[in-house]
Design a protein around this ligand. Structure first.
Ligand code: SF4
Length: 191
């Protein structure tokens, strides 16, 4: 039997839906109106705020639905000319970027040789990162190569950006890294 990707997703979707809904689907009843209505009711009284997916340079437009200042849903904005209301799987999970009980919210530090993590104040962690960055940079900075060519670089530090960094952050990041002489600069989205 030939099964297209769309058919497979439709079949899988039915299988995951509860037995009552699955039963309705199996006798040919369309669940689309009920699902559309459920979604509409869920965001009926929500405020819709236009935004942009932070994950990649495609910049898909989103609508962030909030109720009493709390995000309850994020979806593609159908008014967008390039994503037309759709989001890729990564973009479709943006909600979990904000609402996620598993997301660490404190700086954790484990000293060399230690077996337990220690909660650090953010300022202390930033000072530590800055001190180690300067120490490593100063110890490994190469002003000129053996042939006399100007290098002004260190290959001892590597900068890896994340897909949630926006354009403004990346601009500052590049200035800082280049200013320090760091040449190995990459982004997680290209790995
Ligand atoms: S939804 Fe996907 S393709 Fe669109 S901006 Fe986000 S990560 Fe990029």
């Amino acid at each position: 039997m030939d099964l297209s990707r769309r058919d497979f997703l439709k079949t899988s979707g039915s299988a995951f839906t509860g037995t009552a809904l699955g039963g309705l689907a199996s006798v040919g009843a369309s669940l689309a109106p009920a699902l559309a209505q459920a979604q509409e009711l869920r965001i009926k009284h929500a405020k819709a705020i236009p935004s942009v997916c932070p994950y990649c340079a495609v910049g898909c437009a989103t609508l962030v639905h909030t109720v009493e200042g709390k995000i309850i849903n994020i979806e593609g904005d159908p008014r967008s000319p390039h994503n037309e209301g759709t989001l890729c799987p990564k973009g479709a999970a943006i909600y979990q970027l904000h609402v996620n009980p598993n997301r660490p919210t404190k700086v954790l530090h484990r000293a060399p040789g230690a077996t337990a993590w220690e909660v650090w104040d953010l300022d202390r962690a930033i000072d530590r990162v800055a001190a180690l960055t300067k120490k490593t940079r100063d110890e490994t900075f190469v002003e000129r190569l053996e042939n006399g060519k100007l290098a002004n670089a260190t290959t001892a530090i590597f900068s890896l950006g994340g897909a949630t960094l926006d354009g403004e952050w990346n601009h500052i990041q590049q200035k800082l890294m280049r200013g320090l002489g760091i040449v190995a600069i990459e982004n997680q989205a290209r790995i």
